[in-house]
Write a protein that binds this ligand. Structure first.
Ligand SMILES: Nc1ncnc2c1ncn2[C@@H]1O[C@H](COP(=O)(O)OP(=O)(O)OP(=O)(O)O)[C@@H](O)[C@H]1O
Ligand SMILES: [Mg+2]
Length: 321
């Protein structure tokens, strides 16, 4: 089984849409897929028709020591299961303020190994305790990025956050990969930001892109994935291709239902027996350090600094192709 977190510091970049579409694509190709909605706003759950989910049936239970993770209700959708969000996650966030509170999902991911081939974590557009939990419990990260100024900055911040999490909390976390979303071929700036990302991050950017697609834009109110709405739509084709690409790089090397990657290097370093093996003080330090590093180190690069291509500072500054 693999665990994959989908995140970006910037909102509205296609995180939830990507998870729904990729989960459906993997599900239709025979993989056993679980989606965990960790966004207190719960748009993914809502989009799949899981509305007004009570706290005691939601992903909030994953942060309750009295609940066995295996018992958390998983709702059956067309092609995948979900653990829905509830607004309680907002108040839970205030409670989860200890250093070890970033380790809750690690044991959960391990527990899901026997049931699923892939677990997706949907996160809110912020570095919350839920996002950190997902990163600590995952081997892979996908950062959907709209090829525009703010989303690119948010994506780069997220990339750096992941590197820090990899260094300090989860050595098994692979280098994040970007999925360029909502691409409008008519916009020169989109082409320019795509070139920027590919030039700087090379193979860490998926070859496939997701173009703007009306069927994707409406799927959030239809409660269906794009494949059910219109299998011939651009969004269906693009997400099927992205799923293929992810499959060949992540899953093809892994026997279905086989190796438990959660129990390898990372698990040895930061034990999944979370609160027992990591002292609260140490984990708190790591969390705070991570947050400081992220806010302190990630700034748009100076365009004149040479080296890596500079972040275009605004649409206006972009040269026409
Ligand atoms: N390829 C696309 N073409 C057109 N519209 C899209 C596309 N991808 C996503 N959208 C629409 O863009 C909006 C934002 O997408 P989505 O909710 O997936 O982003 P998000 O990153 O999860 O947002 P948030 O940060 O609020 O959780 C939604 O209305 C969605 O339907
Ligand atoms: Mg979302």
């Amino acid at each position: 089984m693999i665990s994959l977190t989908v995140c970006n510091h910037k909102g509205g970049t296609g995180k939830t849409t990507s998870i729904m579409s990729l989960a459906a694509a993997f599900g239709f190709s025979g993989k056993r897929v679980l989606v965990v909605d960790l966004d207190p706003q719960g748009f993914l759950s809502r989009m799949m028709g899981a509305v007004d989910i009570p706290a005691d049936e939601s992903s909030a239970l994953l942060f309750d020591a009295s609940v066995n993770p295996v018992d958390v209700p998983r709702l059956k959708m067309d092609g995948f299961d979900i653990i829905a969000s509830s607004p309680t996650l907002t108040s839970e966030m205030r409670r989860l303020n200890k250093g070890t509170d970033v380790l809750w999902l690690k044991d959960f991911s391990k527990a899901m190994n026997q049931y699923y081939d892939i677990v997706f974590y949907d996160t809110a557009a912020a570095l919350t305790v839920f996002c950190l939990n997902a990163l600590v419990a995952s081997e892979h990260v996908l950062i959907p990025v709209l090829p525009e100024y703010q989303p690119v900055i948010g994506a780069e911040q997220m990339y750096q956050t992941c590197k820090i999490v990899q260094k300090k909390l989860n050595p098994a976390l692979n280098t994040p990969r970007f999925l360029i979303t909502m691409v409008d071929a008519r916009k020169r700036s989109h082409a320019r930001y795509q070139r920027y990302l590919r030039g700087k991050y090379k193979d860490d950017v998926l070859c496939g892109i997701v173009r703007t697609c009306a069927a994707l834009a409406t799927s959030d109110r239809d409660g269906k994935t794009v494949f059910a709405t219109n299998p011939r739509a651009r969004g269906s084709i693009d997400y099927a291709n992205a799923a293929d690409e992810l499959y060949s790089s992540y899953l093809a090397v892994e026997p279905v239902g086989g190796k438990d990657t959660q129990s390898t290097a990372a698990a040895q370093d930061v034990s999944p027996a979370a609160a027992r093996d990591v002292t609260p003080a140490a984990a708190q330090d790591v969390t705070l350090a991570a947050a400081q590093d992220v806010t302190g180190e990630v700034t748009p690069q100076d365009p004149d600094s040479g080296g890596d291509p500079a972040v275009p500072l605004a649409h206006e500054s972009l040269n026409p192709m």
